[in-house]
Design a binder for this molecule. Structure first.
Ligand code: ADP
Ligand code: ADP
Length: 231
């Protein structure tokens, strides 16, 4: 069974059709780069995977299956369970996925539950500085905050990580380090990755497959080297 299956998905905002019959599949453990110009629908598709769309968005047609579960049909409790058990999300702005009022260690402990080892999970994203658990998110650099967000998203070893341009706001050296952390953690945990990006060379280097969006549809997909060539 596919880990993710998006079929003929149509999503409308009040004045815009953001997805116009998008189709996509992703197999367990696979990394899929989702590329396309700004406005082509990448973020809308990524958010739809967890039914995390803005309240003004409406699904007009189609479906999204995660591990066979139809996310738009699930009752609230089942959806919460699916998100917790199967899905992780990281976004361009790490602060958006962190609680600004809680110290890093405390919010990571909340995700890990009793017996969770905060130090271990921070070390996995290469945040060894002992001051990090006591810091508030805004006291960290962008790269450090993004690593914390990644540690939180990967803490439960989800089957699928949706990463919406998580390195776009970082400078190039930090970008490489943060990408390395994501791809190595995912490989270790067998986590599939849906990696939304403008950075075609990075996608070509890191992802197994690539899907190209245009006008709210996936217009081409296949092995990264075939779709993008040697960039
Ligand atoms: P991306 O980096 O994915 O291209 P944008 O910069 O286009 O994202 O959008 C940033 C935020 O603004 C997103 O949360 C998106 O949902 C929202 N947004 C984008 N386009 C519109 C729009 N036409 N009206 C209202 N909000 C929008
Ligand atoms: P991408 O991530 O590829 O930049 P988006 O999914 O952000 O694409 O946007 C797809 C289309 O939906 C664009 O026309 C964008 O302006 C529109 N859009 C995105 N978010 C919103 C929003 N919150 N409200 C209204 N329109 C939006």
């Amino acid at each position: 069974m596919s880990l993710l299956s998006v079929r003929n998905l149509v999503i409308d905002y009040p004045r815009t059709r953001a997805l116009d019959g998008a189709d996509l599949t992703l197999q367990p453990g696979e990394s899929l780069g989702l590329v396309g110009e700004s406005g082509s629908g990448k973020s809308t598709l990524g958010s739809a995977v967890g039914r995390l769309l803005p309240t003004t968005a409406r699904r007009t047609d189609g479906e999204v299956l995660v591990a066979g579960e139809p996310v738009f049909e699930l009752p609230a409790a089942r959806l919460r369970h699916l998100r917790r058990k199967h899905l992780g999300f990281v976004f361009q702005d790490p602060i958006a996925s962190l609680d600004p009022t809680m110290r890093v260690g405390a919010q990571l402990r909340l995700v890990l539950g009793r017996g969770g080892d905060v130090g271990f999970h921070l070390a996995r994203v290469r945040l060894d500085d002992p001051r990090v658990p006591r810091a508030y998110p805004h006291q960290l650099s962008g790269g450090m905050a993004q690593r914390v967000a990644i540690a939180m998203a990967m803490a439960t070893s989800p089957e699928l990580l949706v990463a919406d341009e998580p390195t776009a706001a970082l400078d190039s050296q930090v970008r490489e380090e943060v990408s390395n952390v994501v791809f190595s953690l995912a490989a270790e945990a067998g986590t599939g990755i849906l990696w939304l990006s403008h950075d075609l060379p990075a996608v070509a280097r890191r992802c197994d497959r690539v899907a190209v969006m245009y006008g709210g549809r996936v217009v081409e997909s296949g092995p990264a080297r075939e779709v993008l060539g040697d960039l």
